[in-house]
Design a protein around this ligand. Structure first.
Ligand SMILES: Nc1nc2c(c(=O)[nH]1)N[C@H]1C(S)=C(S)[C@@H](COP(=O)(O)OP(=O)(O)OC[C@H]3O[C@@H](n4cnc5c(N)ncnc54)[C@H](O)[C@@H]3O)O[C@H]1N2
Ligand code: MOO
Length: 418
């Protein structure tokens, strides 16, 4: 057992990075169908297996012609080329009706939009058979309204880099290149547990002194939103023996190969703080971080006899403390590993005075809009409704003890937390 640590926010973030980043790097990859890959992270660089467009094609409904035939009077119109057809070579001195996306016939090097033709329409089949002619403008640049082969992406070019988070546009280009599957990073597998004999699952009846378990849902949703696959162990018993037995059973159940175990509660100075009591002798360091809320923290590689070693992060039990800790220490590491957008840091004009504890980063909850941030709720870490009404954290650094209304405050935009 090591003595309790005292860390700055930066030091604790570095400790979590050191713990988690190597584990996430080795999480492996798997194939995924395209829409199922939405929000997942590309495992390898993706090179274009073919050029896009795969051949020169028309950007307009019009006439495909050779520029050398313009300005020499009416041209005989030949059979039209539709999208999805192979085009016959253009005979010099003729004009081929061509539809948007249809392949350019060999021998044609420009497209005249139908609106610029005289007459400004396409002939019927019978008119073509009767020798329909068209008068086109005297000149047109070579390549006008022609979408050249490979002008979107050349064959073999890098389309998407490994680590790209796949959104609709990335998936669109993958589909456009004709690929039905994409190799994505496997989701980190997280085992989530809460502690506290006072906790009852949502939907359950409360006995005296009991409250509903908010953290399991809060952290489950936050982890899922950050690209993890979560297994819920539920609320483990507060007695050290029962806790150890249940934790071992949870680690051995399911597919077992967790990348991270995340707990909330049971880590401060209470008489029943079981997580700290049991795990400090099994490889987990506990201590305090200069942050409020989220002061008590634990982290390390859990070495429970009979179980494979696994990264373990112990968050404090107050719901706001647990969520702030997730945002400050866990999400940034997941974001780095999975290519998630990082939280935006900005400044905003504060609407009311705020006080802060010296020596700690104070993380207050706020509502941010149009360059202004209004504190929501007080500093207390049980204020779950105020957290839900916030879209930003207001960050008051270690040196700040008071920040008056009207001053610029540092904020971190969390949106709806997803
Ligand atoms: N003497 C001291 N007491 C406390 C200290 C301290 O330094 N000295 N630190 C306080 C701070 S700060 C925090 S944060 C909490 C952290 O306590 P624990 O991690 O041991 O958490 P618990 O005691 O189990 O619970 C704290 C609080 O949160 C509620 N809780 C816990 N889990 C859930 C859950 N899943 N869903 C909803 N609410 C939950 C629990 O009922 C308690 O009210 O310690 C302070 N005390
Ligand atoms: O850190 Mo506790 O998180 O201040 O409530």
């Amino acid at each position: 057992m090591r003595p309790p640590f005292r860390r700055s926010v930066r030091e604790h973030l570095e400790a979590i990075e050191d713990l988690l980043a190597p584990v996430l790097r080795d999480a492996g990859s798997e194939p995924s169908e395209l829409v199922q890959a939405l929000g997942r992270t590309l495992a390898h660089d993706l090179l274009a297996p073919r050029a896009l467009p795969p051949w020169d094609n028309s950007q307009m409904d019009g006439y495909a012609v050779h520029t050398g035939d313009l300005g020499s009077g009416a041209l005989r119109v030949v059979a039209p080329i539709a999208a999805g057809q192979a085009a016959a070579a253009l005979v010099r001195g003729t004009a081929a009706p061509i539809m948007t996306g249809a392949p350019m016939p060999e021998g044609a090097n420009t497209v005249i939009p139908v609106e610029a033709a005289n007459p400004d329409r396409f002939p019927t089949v019978a008119e073509v058979a009767d020798g329909f002619t068209v008068v086109l403008p005297d000149s047109s640049p070579v390549g006008n309204y022609v979408r050249a082969r490979g002008s979107d992406i050349a064959e073999g070019a890098l389309v998407l880099e490994a680590g790209t988070r796949l959104g609709p546009t990335a998936l669109g280009i993958v589909a456009g290149l004709g690929l039905a599957e994409v190799q994505v990073q496997s989701r980190p597998r997280v085992l989530l547990l809460s502690t506290g004999d006072e906790l009852v699952a949502p939907g359950g009846e409360l006995g005296p002194g009991q409250i509903h378990d908010a953290n399991t849902t809060l952290l489950h949703a936050a982890l899922t939103g950050a690209g993890c696959q979560v297994a819920v162990a539920g609320v483990l018993d507060d007695s050290p023996e029962q806790f150890t037995t249940s934790l071992r059973a949870a680690l051995m159940a399911g597919d077992r190969n967790y990348h991270l175990v995340l707990s909330s509660g049971g880590i401060s100075k209470g008489a029943f703080d079981v997580v700290k009591a049991v795990l400090s002798t099994h490889g987990i360091d506990f201590g305090s971080v200069a942050m409020q809320p989220g002061g008590p923290q634990g982290s390390g590689t859990l070495a429970l006899p009979g179980c494979s070693p696994v990264a373990f992060i112990a968050l404090p039990g107050n719901p706001v403390s647990a969520y702030v800790s997730f945002e400050m220490f866990i999400r940034p590491v997941l974001a780095m590993a999975l290519g998630l957008p990082e939280r935006v840091l900005a400044t905003a004009t504060l609407t009311e005075d705020l006080d802060s504890v010296p020596g700690k980063l104070q993380v207050r909850r706020g509502s941010y809009a149009h360059g202004t941030v209004a504190p929501v709720g007080g500093a207390s870490s049980h204020l779950l409704a105020a957290l839900a009404a916030s879209n930003a954290f207001i960050l008051l650094d270690e040196e700040t003890t008071t920040l008056p209304a009207g001053s610029r405050a540092d904020i971190m935009i969390i949106g709806d937390g997803s």
